[in-house]
Design a protein around this ligand. Structure first.
Ligand SMILES: NC(=O)c1ccc[n+]([C@@H]2O[C@H](COP(=O)([O-])OP(=O)(O)OC[C@H]3O[C@@H](n4cnc5c(N)ncnc54)[C@H](OP(=O)(O)O)[C@@H]3O)[C@@H](O)[C@H]2O)c1
Length: 289
């Protein structure tokens, strides 16, 4: 079984460099089965979120696994509809309850909208109370991250953002790393967009190492100092996605990968008012219903 190396976050907490994401696994029995398989394969970091509506299934798989709690690293996220101080306090407790856990290893503000400072204050309190070992953000641009850092007391340990070969985010990655905020890549495979798994450039590199395209992508991210959380509901792919610590890409191969950048999100621009309306506005509307 592959042992996953850890990295030390800016608050001293050790975190696996590679984990397992469960976005778009809304069927609870499928999610429970996938997390069970992932834990059997050796994953110890599980990345869920309130918005994925599968925290309870993740919790059941954890309980069933019998793995010691201290050997696991469980991440969840607060959704934007809970971004006030009072609602965030309840939201944290609700995540813990759904997961059936006494504490979370990492909890993130899922989006950079609304009363992020109020919500962050609730995360800080939960952090000081020992309910969360590390707190971070997701989808924050450099200015939003800096603003939060300067306003609040506890510095985020992580910024979970989209990073994949088509959207490499070099400037944002460098900014976060310069602030000692660890970058965690969501959609490392761009969810398969633009035939990523058969891309001839990546395939050529993969062939040279006797690896797959997916493994080369994950290795390229890890060599950029980025944590990865690929998702798959297929056990063979879970094993494949973990086997990325026994080879190294050369400088030339890293440069070749850099050349694939399309400089464009494969999903949405978090600054576009239409996106903000879709993500934040619609959540506020649901709250009022
Ligand atoms: N913070 C945020 O806003 C945010 C947004 C999106 C995602 N995330 C997190 O990031 C995690 C990963 O991102 P993602 O799930 O969006 O996308 P992803 O990991 O880039 O791609 C997942 C897709 O790739 C397929 N796949 C996985 N491994 C493969 C392999 N070795 N060969 C061929 N196909 C493979 C999966 O199919 P099968 O499942 O059928 O194998 C699935 O369709 C999520 O699960 C979630 O935890 C966070």
């Amino acid at each position: 079984m592959t042992t996953i190396p850890t990295v030390k976050l800016n608050n001293g907490v050790e975190m696996p460099q590679l984990g397992f994401g469960v976005f778009q696994v809304p069927d609870l029995s499928e999610c429970e089965a996938a997390v069970t398989e992932a834990l059997n394969a050796g994953y110890r970091l599980i990345d869920t979120a309130t918005a994925y509506q599968n925290e309870a299934a993740v919790g059941r798989a954890i309980k069933k696994s019998g793995i010691k709690r201290e050997d696991l690293f469980i991440t969840s996220k607060l959704w934007v509809s809970d971004f006030t101080y009072d609602r965030a306090k309840k939201g944290i407790d609700a995540s813990l309850e759904r997961l059936g856990l006494d504490y979370l290893d990492l909890y993130l503000l899922h989006q950079p909208y609304g009363d992020t400072m109020g919500a962050w204050r609730a995360l800080e309190e939960a952090y000081h109370a020992g309910k969360i070992r590390a707190i971070g953000v997701s989808n924050f641009y450099a200015d939003q991250l800096k603003n939060l850092e300067l306003t609040m007391t506890v510095k985020p340990v992580i910024n979970q953002i989209e990073v994949n070969p088509w959207y490499q985010q070099s400037t944002e990655v460098a900014f976060n790393q310069g602030e000692d905020v660890r970058v965690e890549a969501w959609a490392p495979f761009a969810e398969g967009k633009h035939s990523i798994f058969t891309d001839p450039t990546i395939a050529k590199i993969a062939q040279a190492h006797g690896k797959t395209v997916g493994q080369v992508i994950l290795r390229w991210l890890l060599q950029r100092g980025i944590t990865v959380i690929p998702k798959s509901v297929h056990p063979a792919r879970m094993v494949e996605n973990m086997a990325v610590f026994d080879f190294e890409l050369s400088d030339v191969e890293m440069q070749t990968m850099a050349g694939l950048d399309r400089h464009e999100s494969q999903f949405f621009d978090h600054r576009d008012p239409v996106t903000i309306e879709q993500i934040f506005g619609s959540s506020l509307k649901k709250l009022k219903e």
